[in-house]
Design a protein around this ligand. Structure first.
Ligand code: HAX
Length: 439
């Protein structure tokens, strides 16, 4: 058993025992009351699942195993750029709650390299699709096609003992994460580079190799990829891609099918697809205004026109956050550090000056601040990755780290099938009538 797997087994076994005794004593303890607004309003703020890998605070933003993004940048082992954390290190941290040494992070890079071979039928499945198929559709189809490799599915078929679920889930998780960059790069090259594919590097880390296979050798871009693939990895368990993964995983669907389901959720424009919508919105604005350097007044008019059409301003707002997203701020800092001037980046910053005031003035938007998706496209455009229809795949490759680490925990702790209760509006009417009669 490798060191990471052994550590995970020891920690998850201990926590399983602790949870059992905690629930034995306290399972009737009330944590929250749920109100009608929450029942009709997308279950906001209802505490109803355990997610060990990260936690979101409305004001402070995301913490991975209690570490903020600036702390990750300081404490995690770094890639060869010397500044940006290795996503490998973040995965280790999320899985076992410990900051790995550089040697441990490097071991993971090598381990994923060893497991990275993608079966040929995955490429032929992709090749059967029209090249104008949306990149996220290609991505989820490819993940489903890789399910032939699932160790969990084949061991379950052979009658696996439930105490071994964590082991098979760990193996699938490691294999799937290892293969994702090549699958994702293949989609990019077949869609946007006339199918001229690039063989994997034998020396780059996980992010550097992904950048290389996409066709980008610029070291700054590779540094950006390390940051990008780190900050998009996890956002606690309630967001749509994580929660979908959790729900589908709770049926004991194998990690491939489970992760593909999460990626279908990520592909929605209110969630991960917002990263493509933001840059599309900016490009449309610049085209309509006939300038690459719009004034704040011009941007304000364009925002009002977007709202008047009954559309949302992409990249702004959040179901939990009530402050500018630290993931937005981390990307802004990256741009300030690495990029001297860029028209699109400047537009993103002007939009940041203009939009919160307008959204606040509507009186209904709970969070007028930018989220992670408001900045990412401008950085990618700067380094030449302009095909915004691809952006959500980059997000998805990163999100695999968090949701699959969390899936390992769900299987190790033996979490049951998720099955919340729904009600009908007729039930609500009767409930209200009884409530009125009692008052
Ligand atoms: N532009 C215009 N209106 C907005 C808005 C925005 N950016 N954000 C919220 N609103 C509106 C909502 O549509 C809602 O209007 P109605 O009452 O007329 O339906 C009202 O303000 C209240 O919404 P809320 O409570 O503030 O926000 P929700 O929790 O319901 O929704 C969303 C959160 C992220 C879906 C929302 O802010 C939004 O649509 N933002 C734009 C899309 C986006 O950037 N999504 C990415 C979010 C981060 C993420 O998951 N990344 O992957």
């Amino acid at each position: 058993m490798d060191t990471l797997k052994k550590k995970f087994y020891e920690k998850s076994s201990a926590l399983k025992v602790e949870i059992k005794s905690l629930l034995k004593e306290h399972s009737e303890l009330m944590v929250d009351d749920v109100n009608l607004g929450q029942i009709y309003g997308g279950a906001r703020d209802i505490k109803m699942m355990v997610w060990e890998t990260s936690e979101l605070d409305a004001m402070e933003g995301i913490r991975f195993r209690n570490m903020s993004i600036p702390e990750l940048k300081e404490k995690l082992p770094k890639g060869k750029d010397g500044k940006e954390p290795l996503p490998e290190a973040l995965f280790w941290l999320m899985l076992v709650g410990e900051v790995p040494t550089k040697a441990e992070a490097d071991w993971l890079t090598e381990e994923w390299r060893k497991r990275s071979t993608v079966p040929a039928h995955v490429f032929s499945t992709l090749d059967a699709l029209p090249t104008n198929t949306h990149a996220m559709t290609q991505f989820t189809i490819a993940i489903n096609a890789m399910q032939t490799e699932s160790i969990f599915a084949s061991r379950y078929d052979e009658g696996m003992n439930k105490d071994e679920y964590w082991d098979a889930t760990y193996e699938d998780t490691m294999n799937l994460i290892a293969k994702l960059p090549q699958v994702a790069a293949y989609i990019y090259r077949r869609t946007y580079a006339a199918g001229q594919h690039i063989a994997p590097s034998t020396t780059e880390d996980w992010s550097g190799n992904y950048a290389h296979m996409l066709g980008f050798e610029n070291e700054e871009f590779k540094a950006l990829m390390r940051l990008y693939l780190t900050i998009h990895a996890d956002h606690e368990g309630g967001n749509a891609s994580a929660h979908t993964t959790h729900l589908v995983g709770s049926t004991l669907s194998d990690p491939y099918l489970t992760f593909a389901a999460g990626m279908n959720a990520l592909a929605g424009p209110l969630h991960g697809l917002a990263n493509q919508e933001v840059i599309k919105w900016i490009f449309d604005m610049l085209e309509e205004l006939g300038t690459t350097a719009p004034t704040k007044e011009q941007i304000a008019d364009y925002v009002h026109a977007t709202l008047a059409k009954g559309q949302v301003v992409p990249g702004y707002g959040h179901a939990v956050l009530r402050r500018p997203d630290p993931r937005f701020m981390a990307q802004m800092e990256f741009a300030k550090e690495y990029i001297r001037h860029d028209d699109v980046v400047e537009v993103v910053w002007k939009v940041f000056d203009v939009v919160p005031g307008i959204l606040s003035s509507l009186g209904k938007v709970k969070n007028p601040w930018p989220n992670v998706d408001a900045h990412s496209g401008a950085l990618l455009v700067h380094y030449g990755l302009k095909e915004y229809g691809y952006y959500t795949v980059l997000f998805g490759v990163s999100r695999a780290l968090g949701v699959l680490a969390a899936l390992c925990w769900s299987r190790a702790l033996g979490f049951p099938l998720e099955r919340p209760k729904s009600v009908t509006t007729e039930w609500v009417r009767q409930f209200l009538a009884e409530h009125k009669a009692k008052a």
